[in-house]
Design a protein around this ligand. Structure first.
Ligand code: AMP
Ligand code: ZN
Length: 469
C-alpha cells in the first residue's frame, strides 16, 4: 500500500511489519458543530484504517477529542494566543465549558456513526488526561526543553534543535506566513516556541483549570495529542492523520514534544494530510454562513452516506469543492448503485469454483486503486465498471457487497426505500396522463412542481419515477 507521506514529501510504500499498526487522527474541537469540512478529514482517517485492514493488517485506531486549550489563534501560526474556544463558546451560550463540550461531543459521536466511520479503540478527551499531559511537560522540563514566562510554560525550539533534531520538517512555510495574522508574544525566545501549559489569568474565571507544578491553568493544545497518542500507541507509531492546516504548526509541535521527551525519532513514520473541502469554490467559514454540518445535510433530505460518496469523488490530496448540486448528484448515483445491488440480490448468487479467476482479477484492480495513495475516484469507477459488466450476479455481489463495501462503507446492500406522500402520488399520476396525451408543457410543469417539493424525477419505461432527494 502506498501513501503520500508529508514527512518526506513523496508517495511511499508503507512498511507493514508484522504487528499491529497504530493510527491516530486529530479529532474535533468540541466548541461547535463539526462541519462537512471536518468530516472530510475524519473520513480520510477512516479510509486509512479500512484500507489497512483490507490489506490484512490489525490496526489500533485512536482519536482525540479536544475539549480544552485550543485557542482562537492556534491555527494561525503563533500557537498560543487568543481565547480558549471552549470558554468563549460557554460565554456565548451561557453554559459552562463542560456543558458546551458534552453537547458537541455527543453530537459528534452521533454523526460519526451515521457516516460509518471506523470506531477507534478509544476517543480520548483532553480533559481526562491532564495528569499525563503534566507528566509529559515535566519530562520535557527535565530535559531542559521548557522555559517559564508570564503567561505559561513554553517549549524551547532552539534547545530542541541543539539536541540534534530538525524542527518543522513537515511544515510548508508559505502556509505559516499566509496564516500568521496574530501578534507574536514578545516574551518568547523564538517565534516558533509554543505553550505547553498556560496560566489562568487573575481577571478571568475559567470553568476548566487545574493545579500544576507551575501554577493553576490549562494545557496547551498540542500537548494533548502527544500525551494521549503515546499513551495508547507507544512512543513511536505508524500513521498520523489530519487536515492540511495542521501540517505547519500543530503537527510539527506534536513531533517536537514527543521526540524531545523520548529522544526517539521518528515519533510517527507516516504523516497523512487531507486537503480542505471548499464550498461553492471558496473557503468555508462560520462567518460566511457556509460552514454546513450534518443537520444541514439531512434537513435537505440527504442520506449522510451520500456525503461519504461525495467525498470519494475527489482525491484526498486535492481540494474538493462542495455544492448542494454536487451532493445531489452523489445522492442520485449512490441510490442507483444500491438499486443495481438490489437487482443482483434477486438473481442467482451461488458461487462456483470457476468464478475464482474473475474474482481475483477484479479484486486486484480495486485493491490497486485503493492501495495507490487511496485513489477513491478510481476505485468508484471500478465499482461501476463491474456493476455494468457482463459478469454474473454472484461475482458482482460477492465483490461489491461482501468485500469492497468494507472499504467504501456505503451500505450498498441497503434497501432503497421510496417514501412518497399521497399528494405526490397524485401528481405523478397526472404527469403520466399528460405524457400519454403528449401534453409536454403540462408534464414539464408537474416535473418542476415535484422537484420543488424535494423530489427527483426520472422518466422510466413504466412512467414517472420519483425519489426523495
Ligand atoms: P478543528 O476542530 O478546528 O480542530 O479541526 C478538526 C479537523 O478538521 C482538523 O484535522 C482540521 O485540519 C480539519 N479541517 C478543518 N477545516 C476543514 C476543511 N474545510 N476541510 C477539511 N478538513 C478541515
Ligand atoms: Zn492533534
Amino acid at each position: 500500500m502506498k501513501l503520500f507521506n508529508s514527512l518526506n514529501r513523496q508517495v511511499e510504500e508503507l512498511e507493514m511489519g508484522d504487528g499491529e499498526m497504530g493510527v491516530y487522527t486529530c479529532g474535533p474541537t468540541v466548541y461547535s458543530y463539526v462541519t462537512i469540512g471536518n468530516w472530510r478529514t475524519y473520513t480520510l482517517g477512516d479510509l486509512v484504517v479500512r484500507v489497512l485492514r483490507m490489506n490484512g493488517k490489525e490496526v489500533n485506531y485512536v482519536m482525540n477529542i479536544t475539549d480544552v486549550g485550543h485557542l482562537t489563534g492556534d491555527n494561525l501560526g503563533d500557537a498560543n494566543t487568543g481565547e480558549d474556544r471552549l470558554e468563549k463558546a460557554a460565554i456565548k451560550e451561557n453554559k459552562t465549558a463542560w456543558d458546551v463540550a458534552a453537547h458537541y461531543t455527543n453530537d459528534f459521536l452521533y454523526w460519526y456513526e451515521k457516516l460509518n466511520l471506523s470506531k477507534p479503540s478509544v476517543f480520548c478527551k483532553a480533559t481526562d488526561y491532564i495528569e499525563e499531559q503534566i507528566n509529559l511537560i515535566k519530562q520535557l522540563e527535565e530535559r531542559g526543553l521548557t522555559y517559564l514566562i508570564g503567561d505559561g510554560v513554553y517549549f524551547d525550539v532552539r534547545k530542541y534543535e541543539e539536541m540534534g533534531f530538525e524542527y518543522g520538517k513537515l511544515s510548508t512555510l508559505d502556509q505559516i506566513q499566509a496564516g500568521a495574522r496574530v501578534e507574536v508574544n514578545q516574551e518568547k525566545k523564538d517565534a516558533r516556541d509554543f505553550a505547553l501549559w498556560k496560566f489562568s489569568q487573575a481577571e478571568e474565571k475559567r470553568h476548566m483549570e487545574w493545579d500544576s507544578p507551575w501554577g493553576k491553568g490549562f494545557p496547551g493544545w498540542h500537548i494533548e495529542c502527544s500525551a494521549m497518542s503515546m499513551k495508547y500507541l507507544g512512543e513511536q507509531f505508524e500513521v498520523h492523520v489530519g487536515g492540511e492546516d495542521l501540517r505547519s504548526t500543530h503537527h510539527p509541535n506534536e513531533i517536537a514534544q514527543s521526540q524531545g521527551a523520548t529522544g526517539k525519532e521518528p515519533f510517527v513514520k507516516y504523516w497523512v494530510h487531507g486537503a480542505f473541502l471548499l464550498v461553492d469554490g471558496g473557503r468555508m467559514g462560520k462567518s460566511l454562513g457556509n460552514a454546513y454540518n450534518m443537520v444541514d445535510v439531512v434537513d435537505r433530505g440527504y442520506d449522510p452516506l451520500a456525503l461519504r460518496y461525495f467525498y470519494f469523488t475527489g482525491h484526498y490530496r486535492k481540494q474538493l469543492n462542495f455544492s448542494w448540486d454536487g451532493l445531489s448528484a452523489s445522492a442520485t448515483t449512490l441510490r442507483r448503485l444500491r438499486e443495481k445491488i438490489a437487482e443482483l440480490r434477486k438473481g442467482n448468487l451461488e458461487m462456483k469454483e470457476n468464478f475464482k479467476g474473475q474474482l481475483e482479477e477484479w479484486n486486484q484492480k480495486f485493491m490497486s486503486a485503493v492501495n495507490d495513495d487511496l485513489d477513491m475516484p478510481r476505485a468508484i469507477a471500478i465499482v461501476w465498471d463491474l456493476v455494468r459488466s457482463d459478469e454474473v450476479a454472484s461475482v458482482k455481489y460477492e465483490l461489491v457487497v461482501n468485500n469492497w463495501d468494507k472499504v467504501l462503507g456505503l451500505d450498498l446492500d441497503k434497501e432503497v426505500v421510496i417514501e412518497i406522500d399521497s399528494g405526490v402520488e397524485e401528481l405523478v399520476k397526472k404527469r403520466d396522463e399528460a405524457r400519454v396525451n403528449k401534453d409536454w408543457q403540462k408534464s414539464d410543469e408537474i416535473r418542476d412542481q415535484l422537484m420543488e417539493l424535494g423530489y427527483e424525477v426520472e422518466d422510466g419505461a413504466e412512467g414517472t419515477r420519483v425519489f426523495k432527494k
